[in-house]
Design a binder for this molecule. Structure first.
Ligand code: SF4
Ligand code: SF4
Ligand code: SF4
Length: 288
């Protein structure tokens, strides 16, 4: 790579939060900016054409429609390094939960709130055709790097940029959130699960063992177990570790040890696959 890294950034089926997370670098961003040349970033300025010769392209969001798929393929052709940036790009993220419903049903629901005076019709012309489901970017192109997180923490963005500038692999934790969590574990299992707002969790003991739906046992570490530290269960936003193929299956495996308590959970798929349904071994619900 030359003196300055030529950078491209785009938001596809994401919420812009990964882009915004760059701003959380605060004054550290000022140290990085002189080393990069931003060639394409529609979130910053109105840009239509993806230029040739991009060194690193940060792709936020998964793929939901034909236009995003086309853009992604063009990005791959024109970039040396493509990064699946954030959990939506890496694993489909929260939008992937839409894979539990057929596209037609989602559209009907989304456009069902019109009134007699202001009916809402499902638009069909001049808009990109929706795919049958949300896909992680790696479904359509070869991805060079994954940086999970919803959004990635500032220090991880900094590590990614530093690694790219230095031409090395970024260091991403291979551990699970439980490894970074300081709560005491006794090896017990809850008899029932509670909602997060039911009661006040003991701040010292493992939330899962207290019956709160923490999924830190099947989630990539790196965030410093920030949610359990704040007395809130881990929701799984960093996705799976390299050791498993399917985050939801790994969560289900852990929860199965609670027997009846797990069976009574009201929204099992939503809990097990909150961030990674689109990248699961069975990435959508099959309707007859
Ligand atoms: S990973 Fe999270 S912050 Fe990033 S686009 Fe998806 S929902 Fe938004
Ligand atoms: S299950 Fe949750 S609360 Fe328990 S040790 Fe793991 S991350 Fe901490
Ligand atoms: S504790 Fe879990 S949900 Fe919270 S930031 Fe870390 S990985 Fe994400």
């Amino acid at each position: 790579m030359g003196e300055k890294v030529k950078l491209g950034m785009i938001q596809l089926c994401g919420c812009s939060g990964c882009h915004i997370s760059l701003l959380d670098l605060h004054d550290q961003l000022l140290k990085v900016l002189p080393q990069v040349e931003i060639l394409f970033a529609p979130i910053v300025a109105d840009m239509k054409e993806i230029p040739e010769g991009i060194d690193v392209f940060l792709v936020e969001g998964g793929i939901r429609n034909e236009h995003e798929k086309h853009l992604l393929e063009e990005i791959r052709e024109k970039s040396k390094v493509v990064v699946a940036w954030g959990t939506c790009a890496a694993y489909g993220g929260i939008p992937g939960l839409g894979n539990l419903y057929p596209t037609e049903e989602l559209l009907k629901e989304a456009f069902s709130t019109g009134t007699v005076d202001n009916p809402r019709e499902i638009p069909e012309e001049d808009i990109p055709k929706l795919l049958d489901r949300v896909y992680p970017v790696s479904h359509f192109i070869d991805v060079d790097l994954l940086l999970p997180g919803c959004p990635p923490k500032p220090e991880h963005n900094l590590e990614l940029i530093g690694a790219l500038l230095e031409g090395r692999e970024p260091k991403i934790s291979k551990k699970i959130v439980c490894d970074q969590c300081s709560r005491k574990r006794e090896g017990t299992y809850p008899e029932e699960f509670k909602r997060t707002f039911e009661g006040t969790p003991d701040r010292e003991r493992c939330l899962f063992e207290q019956g709160y739906t923490c999924v830190g046992m099947a989630t990539r570490a790196g965030c410093g177990a920030v949610c359990p530290s704040a007395n809130v269960p881990c929701r799984g936003c960093y996705g799976k570790t390299d050791a498993v193929l399917d985050q939801g299956a790994a969560v289900a495996n852990a929860y199965a040890l609670t027997g009846d308590a797990a069976l009574k959970l009201p929204d099992k798929l939503g809990l097990f696959y909150r961030f990674s349904m689109a990248a699961g071994l069975i990435p959508k619900k099959i309707h007859k």
